[in-house]
Design a protein around this ligand. Sequence first.
Ligand code: PEP
Length: 256
Amino acid sequence: MPNNPSGRQSIIAANWKMNKTLEEAGQFADNLLNRCPDPGTIEAVIAAPFTALSTLRSRLRATPFRLAAQDLFWEPAGAYTGEISAAMLVDVGCSHVIIGHSERRQGFGETDAMADKKVSAALQAGLHPIVCIGETLDERQAGQTFDVLKRQIQNSLASCSADVMPRIVLGYEPLWAIGTGVSATPQQAQEAHSYLRELLAQRWGTEAAEAVRVQYGGSVNPDSIAALMAEEDIDGALVGGASLDVDSFIQLLTYS
Ligand code: PEP
């Protein structure tokens, strides 16, 4: 259901990263459903570790909350020890998957070309990819932010055609803002988001560009979310630290 003038539905996603045991994940879901059974017009997503997905699926199955994984592998099956396919994520109840998070790019050598293959595999399986991009502090200070975003968009979405673009969610996550407590200002984030929409329009056309939802991520918390969400091209938030506590996550979902 659309809830901003552009017609795009807002999407707020928790990225739990490598946190929560089965018991903790289950308790979070129970508390969430008791206290906030319906996030209203917002699409609310929890990106949990692979180990917690099945438990969360049992609890969230008949609710409006959506489940995401934090990564996938592009091959459909086979001898890929340690990897998880798109079909497996669908099987365990995921509707979304994070792709190309900066922690995977920086810590595990993931490239735009790998992100592109993962996006294709996710789309083919019916998942919504949440594709993360963003510049480092050095790149921002050197005035390279737009160049970096352009390269990441062109290469991470290289195989996408215009018709799949409405299923893509972009996460603009400047690396200097992730986990640092220093969020981009709403103006800095809006400037980047509006540039991203321009790039999308140049490559896939205005209609496709208007349909893509662009989340901001980087130290979003219950105090900062409303001002960010008030910006025209900010369609949601991807939240790490502040999504781990259920009270804080509920405040994020009910920011308005
Ligand atoms: C993230 O990891 O996607 C993120 C935005 O983390 P944090 O909210 O903790 O900065």
